[in-house]
Design a protein around this ligand. Sequence first.
Ligand code: S3P
Length: 432
Amino acid sequence: MTTRAVHPASNPLRGAVEVPGDKSVSHRALILGALAEGATRIENLAPGADVAATRRCLEALGVRVEAEGETVVVHGRGLEESLAPSPHALDAQNSGTTTRLLMGVLSGQTFEAEITGDDSLRRRPMKRVAEPLRRMGAEIELRDGEYSPVRIRGRRPLHALRYELPVPSAQVKSALLLASLFADEKSSVRDPFGTRDHTERMLSAMTTSEGLSASGDRITFRPTALHGGCSISVPRDVSSASFFLAAAALVEGSDVTLPGVGLNPTRTGFLEIIREMGGRVRASGRNEAEVEPRGTLRARFSPLYGVRVEARRLPALVDEVPVLAVLATQAHGATRIEGAGELRVKESNRLEGVASNLRRMGARAEVQGDALCVEGPTPLRGAEVDTTGDHRLAMAFAVAALVAEGETVLSDARCVEVSYPGFFEDLEKLSS
Ligand code: S3P
């Protein structure tokens, strides 16, 4: 385990950083590319370990993926031809998205497959995906009825499904939409939570207009071939950008610019909240021409105030809660982030992990039911932070360390490679 020391910022953060490609969009581009007819070109694919795991799983299923300079080309096999059975278990490593989305795809194949992963992944709930996929006709075995490794025996065609999401999970919704590519009739999924819609956008772009339709919060998908020959340009990841937006808001004199960042409204909840807290964050040069909108973000230092985040807003900032809690320690007044129960089943129990590490640094933070409550402002002191190998905790606490007194040591800091391999280098670049 590599620890990493992070010191208080001695200078304002200034300059521009190109954060990596969006992780969620990248997983989907690879998977839909694999199922399309012919080649799909993907620009700016996310460089992290999670997306690399999806790529390797697809390769193990017979999909050819090639790098052409900065572009990745996926040679799709089409929907008619099955993927190829893998002689070994597919290793999703730390990636819930890889596991759940592939469960959807494998439900529609004609062979048996197993998906496994690391210790963190094997503690995450999978029944939420398995249960509706079983209704579609797939045979799925979970360890202890809930966990990975997952064994799947698919069938073709699957039964069409009409389903309402019981949990706010884009991964569940996406798995079902992917499975519905192999169904005998049109399927529909209701998402009353408004979770991220990257799969729907990409499916729309790759099918004819009869494929996908949305009415209110119900998405209907009629099985249709995915055309290849598409070029998918992955925007930069707004979740990765949020660490620098927060750092700029906290460190006096900072002024940071982040070009090409994804501005899909199902993902930009953190931008709204930081502004409501008094943060000076501006988006400019909005480009709506691509499947995923994007623009340049600029963030500057400013005083912050506590805020109440209602549960309905959580899906659009679910991965940003750790860094939002860090911001709240420096804000004037109380911050209450409600309906955050899903954070217990992320790469770690993020609710407890954030609150306990913040307390170690001297903050007033506690979990009340499903709410994370922080009372600010409090001076932070450097501490040993237990990241539990969770990339978002490591990056959030690197930001906290910038405004703490003395050195902060992050355990297992290499976990940032899951989503942002160059994170510490980029942070140093802005600080020097
Ligand atoms: C993701 C959805 C979210 C998010 C995760 C990526 C996706 O998870 O936390 O980092 O790509 O669909 P859930 O769908 O489980 O809430």
